[in-house]
Design a protein. Structure first.
Length: 131
């Protein structure tokens, strides 16, 4: 049954080469307070303290022109290598975002995967069927 459930969860994956080193990119990724400066749909960010494992931060994001508060829970952080967030969704669902960095002189590879679990087998099947 685990295999069936994993097949239903929708995942988007991409991998890019960027002409910058992992340290520079890492510093951009972990400085969530600066996201509104370079991510147009992020309007504001709130975090208490520094970004670390099990810390929570939120942002006000405009999705389809409507501002929404999005909460991010940092589940795994490995310096200059991995950021893994879980974002709770309504109806007990979640979205997970995994960002992995790999040094490749003179730049780096960035692998991003975003997975959606709507928290309900019927919803996952229904949405998965039409996507």
């Amino acid at each position: 049954i685990q295999t069936i459930l994993k097949a239903i969860v929708r995942t988007i994956r991409c991998r890019y080469y960027l002409p910058t080193n992992t340290k520079t990119l890492w510093n951009l990724l972990i400085n969530v307070k600066s996201y509104p400066q370079y991510i147009p749909f992020v309007k504001s960010v709130q975090i208490d303290g520094e970004l670390e494992e099990n810390s929570t931060w939120s942002d006000i994001t405009t999705i389809l022109f409507f501002p929404m508060k999005i909460t991010h829970i940092a589940k795994d952080i490995k310096k200059e290598k991995l950021l893994y967030y879980v974002i709770p969704l309504p109806l007990n669902g979640s979205m997970s975002e995994r960002i992995e960095l790999e040094e490749k002189d003179p730049g780096c590879f960035v692998s991003v995967s975003v997975s959606f679990d709507l928290g309900n087998l019927i919803l996952n099947i229904f949405i998965g069927f039409f996507s």
